[in-house]
Structure formats: C-alpha cells, structure tokens
Design a protein around this ligand. Sequence first.
Ligand code: OOB
Length: 551
Amino acid sequence: MMTTPLQQVWPPDLAARYRDAGIWTGETFPAFLRARASRFAARTAVVGGEQRWSYAELAARATRIAGGLLAQGLEPGDRVVVQVPNIPEFLSVIFGLFLARLVPVYALPAHRQVEVLHLARASEARGYIIAARHEGFDYRALARMVTAELPALEHVIVIGDDAPADAGFTALDALPEPAGPLPAEPAPSEVAFLQISGGSTGLSKLIPRTHDDYLYSVRASAQICGLTPDSVYLAALPVAHNFPMSSPGVLGVLDAGGTVVMSPSPSPEAAFPLIAREKVTMTGLVPPLALLWLQAAPNSAHDLSSLKVLQVGGAKFTPEAARRVRPVLGCTLQQVFGMAEGLVNYTRLDDPEEIITGTQGRPISADDEVLVLDDEGRPVPEGEPGHLLTRGPYTIRGYHNDPGANARAFTPDGYYRTGDIVARRPGGYLVVQGRAGDHINRAGEKVSAEEIEDHLLAHPQVFDAAVVSLPDPFLGERSCAFVIAAGEAPKAAALKAFVRGRGLADFKVPDQIVFVPAFATTAVGKVSRKELRARLRRDFLEAQAAKETSS
Ligand code: OOB
C-alpha cells in the first residue's frame, strides 16, 4: 500500500543559507545517537524507576529495537504511533525507530481512542507502541479498541513486565531477532517524525519535522540553557510534548551528555524525592504545576537545593507568580514560549529579573523572522499587541497532507500564523497577551472549541453548543460550554460523562456547562461561531462581575 509521502521543504535559497551559516549541520538522529554514545559512553543517559542506562546502553537497546521492529515486519518509512509515558524506554523506542528509519508519531499518554484513531489514520500508521499500564490506565484495552476499528494498525508493541494479554500484540522485550543490517543513513532534509499541533480548530494536525531543523533547535536550546555533561534534567511533563522533548528537554540533555531523570508524574510527591535523590539541576513545568510546586516546596522535607533552573511554559505565567520562583525555590526562572510548529522563545538565564518575570523570552535564533501585525496585516509599533507570525530555520512551512489548514495557517511567503497575540519589547522580547483563535489553553493542554462542540452536538438533548475559555485562577483558562438544550436539559454531569464516554482525552471534557435558552443573534440574524463565542464569553464575565460587585 502506498502511503502519502512526508515532506517539509524550505525555499532553496533559505535552505542554502541555513546550511552555509552552519545552522543546519546535516546531523541526523541516528548520527546524533552514535556520536553521543561514543563520546559519553559510560555516563548515565537516563534514569527511571529501577533503571539507570549509560549512553552506550541506550544506544545498544535502540539498535536492538530497530532490528526487532524491522524483523517484525515494519518497513522503513512506516509511521508508528508512540504513546509511551515518562519511562527510559521512551528514549530507546524513539531512537530505535529513527535507526530503523521508521517515523514516530507522538501521542500523549492522556489521549484516548478518538485522538489515537485520528493520529493513526491521518499518519497512515502501521504500528502502535504503548506501555502496558500507566497511572492506573490499561493501554492494551485502548489498543484493542483502536486496532478493532483500524486493521491497518498491524503491529502493536507493548512495553511492560507482563506478557501482552492479547495474541497479536508483541512485547518490546520479545521482538524477533534482527534479520539483517539496519537501513542506510537518512538524508538530513528528510522528515524524522510527526509531532502534533495544539489543534486550534478540530483535531490535531500533524507536524512533519526534519532531522536538520529539529536537531538545530535542540542544539541551540541546549546551549541557551547552559547544559553540560553535569546537567540533570527532570522530565516531569509528558516527554512526547515538544517542550520537555526539545526545549531543551530530554533531547537537549542528551546532546550535552547530561542525565535525564524520568518522573512518572509532575506532582511534587513524585518529583521532589527524585530531585533530592538524583540532584536534579533543571526541569520544565506548565504554570499550574509551577504554582503547585511553589506551594509545596516550603513544607517539603526533600532537599531541592540542587535545582538551578526552573523553566515554565506552554501557557502564560503571570508576573506575580514568576516573581515568587527565586525566593521560594532558590533557582532561576526561565520562561519558555514555544510551539510544536517551530519557534521557541526563551528568557536567557542572565537576563535582568524584570525580563525574566515580565516577558516570555526572545527567539532562539537571529534567523527567526518575527512579525507582529494588526488585523489588516500592517506591522504594529513596538509595545503594541498584534498577531504573531514567524518563519525560520526550524519553523515548518506546512502541516502534513492538509491543504485547507495550510492555506489558513501559512502566508504565501511562508510565515506561520501562530494565532497568538503578542507585544514585542526592545531586544525582541515577546509578551504573550492572548490568542486570536478559538482554543482553550487549559494548563498548557490545548483544547479546540470546535472539536468539543462537535462532541456535545452528538448528544440527543443538545440543540446547539458553543465552547469558550474562561479565566481560571489555577488552570489559567478553563473550558465552559454554553448549551441550548433540545427539550429537557440533561444534567451537566451527565453531559460531561457523555463527552468522556466518546473516548476523548480527559482534559477536553468541559470544565463547566451553562445552559442558555438561546444564542443572541445580530440584526441580520447571523453571527459567526467566532463572534458568538466571544459574545457568550463577554456576557458571562460581565454578569459574573456584576454579581460580585452587588454581593
Ligand atoms: C507548547 O507547544 P504547543 O504546540 O502545545 O502550543 C503552542 C501554543 C502557543 O502558540 C501559545 O498559544 C501557547 O501554546 N504557549 C504559551 C506559552 N508557551 C506556549 N502562551 C503563553 N506563554 C507561554 N510561555 O506549548 C510549547 C512548545 C515548546 C516549548 C514550550 C511550549
């Protein structure tokens, strides 16, 4: 069966420029692994649970997995959905895939059958790699559901002690013996993997990243963050996400020869003992978790003094919270404003405190081109809010196989419309003000209003629904569904259970449901979904404020 080819192409003049300038070095993931394994052979690459692997061992395991996957029947170029939590095997699996020239498609552990089916279909995947269980959830049951609907997903590989319950699944430790040599080195301009978008409309789009572009962002990030062989990075957020994967994340740490410590959960209960035991120097969190850590640290018996840098990103960190990081945790805050599509901004470790607490950083590269435009597409003056557009050596030029989305998300001259509203300050520092698009940034997890509305509309007692974001003191934003019932209104809890029961990631279930008799319309009788959502949100917040002042 022919699958849709993967590609990511920059205009030849720019590609030549990035190569000549030494931004794209031609390094590929297989070469990256081999070089680190020879240079840092005996050093500890990754720690997790009872396991502690050296660089040499990580490379040996990845090589064994690569041969096994090919012997199993997967072929170079095949896409493989990887849904693996923070365990050392995440790294041996993805590097195994790279060595076999198989293409990982990163799913998050929170994803359920709706998301996994979508990713597998959209990528035309033939393989699916899971951990047997994680945080009380049985991924084999999920795999059974997904493969029943999608027979093309032929190979299910299960990581875990217990033998797979199902015939037809293969344990990672029981892959067949490698049958031949590994394939030839990929070209650095080839797509190495598919990352997933936050999904501002509908389901996530697939983001093809090349060896050249991604490894540039990894190396540059490791440098900006001052990583060395002595760095110990705690992977607290799910490593399949772009932030803990490459900003600088686990890949940046491996680039520098440091040690990755896999935390099964980002909670202080799981993370603090690991920080103390492994003398962790750096980690990355989303804002709500950073707030939890700030609350828990003063009462903790664990020694957190090894921590030098706390990164916070994925959603806006308020300046008030940001100012508490140094006094409470005794470490430097680094704000990270990035996107799986490419552009990543960092505050630098030696920036003045006011920049660190008050901005979301500046781009990695002098070759990142950043535009801040008004609604008519004209540049706004410095300090004024506008739409952020960007292109550069590690920002994609298009999603996989989605001309409609590409026409909306990219300008004819190749700028990516991020959907973010930012203000630019002197020195190129960006301050994020909000989103132009209709998605909810729920504690860093992006929820598309449209996707949830579609699920709500599938309920027989729902006539219409509009999902909006509301400010939330803990999550940053929470989702609120305004629903017009068809006849008798269902109970809010029942409607939430209905949405969950459709097999969605938990973070997409509306946090709040408000029943309304009708949606207001304009004199012409029609409003766009966008206007409708904006109006519902505004009216609700105004009514809430009025209630608060009167009480
Ligand atoms: C990261 O990546 P995605 O793809 O899950 O989400 C990207 C979107 C951005 O467009 C922006 O809306 C929001 O997440 N965002 C932030 C932010 N960092 C991301 N909004 C405000 N302040 C921040 N610091 O979330 C991501 C990827 C790489 C590194 C860090 C985060």
